[in-house]
Design a protein around this ligand. Sequence first.
Ligand code: SF4
Length: 210
Amino acid sequence: MESQLSTITYLKGLEMHYKVVESFTSIQGEGIHMGRPATFIRLFGCNLKCPFCDEPKHTQLNLVKNLTAEAIAELVETKLVVITGGEPSINDINPLIWFLQDEGYEVQVETNGFSFLNVEDADTVTLSPKKYAPRPKGFWTEVKLLVSAIDYDRVETEIEYWKGQGVTVSLQPINGLNTINPESMRVAMRLATKHDVRLSPQLHKLIGVE
Ligand code: SF4
């Protein structure tokens, strides 16, 4: 019965459409998959309006293509698929994740933590919290903490908390849209060195790719 139900859920998922604003293949420049070739699928919409947001396309309705999981899979050129936004977890995208996994892809979702359940079946669920309290609940694979030049003490508290939870921690300087912020980078490096955690410098900006 259970497997019949999950087959029905799976088949229903094939009919669903997802609002894609952009797809491209590049290098994952952040977090635990940094340096791996990846196809990025960017979904429309976000629950937040962060003042430092470096991702304008997720708000542009004119870019939206309503695509099925099958159509999205046709855009993928690499083993690793990164579903990002905006905020992918504002909708249940597990059916899309299942389909891509069935096709042999490895799926990473980048989320601000809005809803773990909506993305829970991804191979890698990367939490990038934009506010420090309350801490988003979920079984995160890694947490990417944003670092600015004035954030030292606050980020240090978060590093200790997440390491204590057994979650892999990456520190990511808050950079410009296509530029590196040296001050944020210096603070992130000091913290990474002190706490023996990964620096996530936004490799794609350093090497000048999308
Ligand atoms: S959560 Fe991410 S995509 Fe959404 S507004 Fe903040 S930085 Fe931009």
